[in-house]
Design a protein around this ligand. Structure first.
Ligand SMILES: Nc1ncnc2c1ncn2[C@@H]1O[C@H](COP(=O)(O)OP(=O)(O)OP(=O)(O)O)[C@@H](O)[C@H]1O
Ligand SMILES: [Mg+2]
Length: 294
């Protein structure tokens, strides 16, 4: 199932999440949809939404001492009660939904990078800098940065986010808030990177979203999932392999079948879906040390 339609007012439907409007609270439901190259695939990956929700919940709880966040509860009973849904309709929500405080979203992605990868690597090759920050010459793909770098990006409605300088972000949200966003993001990154290093992983980079309720700054959306974060196996990194827990497998398949990256995307073979599912469950296990509740 790629998502159930609930008899609740829809707040927004993202590529992955269906968000319902409960007034001061939102119900965020992570479906099993998966996207690649900004296009949602027609084939869902079973239980992926549960991994995303439960991993976000893990990090929200772990990082509460660093910054308040939007999580109210992931408890199924409490969610059923808050929505007023009949149990028959609510079953699908179990393990994949989160009641959160509704916030005014800050329309920037707060990215922190400890290593040179992804769009930062591309930018560095062209300009020698990332989001206006000059880096030493001669860095290789995957190089560890001297210190974590805050590299904000716009959240564009079209889905193609664009890296911007800290100053450009400050010009929109104000210097004071921009400073708080940077400081909070770097603190979160440091905490998360240290946690996963103890579990044999490296956090190459990660993205945060923030929102405001009144003057209070909240961490919102998802945190520390393979969709928002690039995790590498530490031993593989030492051998020079930079394979992330993310959708590389899926991207490789789509390249192989020669899909032109414009919708509709092709259906995925059963074996690939099963392999992706296994990888998400494995990512959860490696990061948290426990099993996803299915
Ligand atoms: N507490 C919150 N208050 C308001 N909006 C939120 C909150 N938490 C998450 N959101 C928003 O809900 C949506 C979640 O959907 P999803 O992550 O699937 O979207 P997406 O396809 O990634 O699109 P987007 O580019 O908007 O992130 C996002 O737009 C996110 O910014
Ligand atoms: Mg999102």
């Amino acid at each position: 199932m790629t998502g159930a339609t609930l008899s609740l007012p829809l707040y927004c439907r993202g590529k992955v999440r269906d968000v319902y409007d409960l007034g001061a609270h939102l119900l965020v439901v992570a479906t099993d949809r998966i996207s690649a190259f900004d296009v949602v695939l027609p084939t869902p990956v079973p239980d992926r939404g549960k991994v995303l929700t439960q991993l976000s919940a893990f990090w929200f709880e772990r990082t509460r001492h660093l910054v308040p966040n939007h999580l109210v509860t992931t408890d199924f009973g409490a969610i059923v009660q808050a929505t007023g849904l009949k149990p028959a309709q609510a079953g699908w929500l179990r393990g994949r939904s989160m009641l959160v405080r509704r916030a005014r979203r800050v329309d920037f992605e707060c990215v922190v990078r400890g290593y040179l990868a992804g769009s930062a690597w591309k930018e560095y090759q062209k300009t020698g800098s990332v989001c206006g920050v000059q880096l030493p010459t001669g860095l290789e793909q995957g190089a560890r940065l001297a210190e974590p770098l805050f590299t904000p990006a716009t959240k564009s409605a079209t889905g193609h986010d664009e890296n911007v300088t800290f100053e450009a972000m400050a010009a929109v949200v104000g210097g004071e808030l921009a400073g708080r966003l940077r400081e909070t993001s770097v603190r979160l990154y440091n905490y998360m990177a240290e946690h996963v290093e103890g579990r044999g992983l490296l956090l190459a980079d990660t993205k945060f979203e923030f929102g405001l309720v009144g003057d209070e700054l909240l961490l919102i959306d998802e945190v520390g999932t393979p969709d928002s974060s690039r995790y590498w196996d530490r031993e593989a990194y030492r051998r020079g392999e930079l394979e992330a827990f993310d959708k590389q497998l899926l991207r490789d398949y789509l390249e192989r079948v020669g899909w032109d990256k414009s919708p509709p995307a092709p259906e995925l073979p059963e074996q690939l879906v099963e392999e992706l599912r296994t990888r998400y469950l494995e990512a959860f296990r490696r990061i948290t040390g426990r099993e996803v509740e299915l």
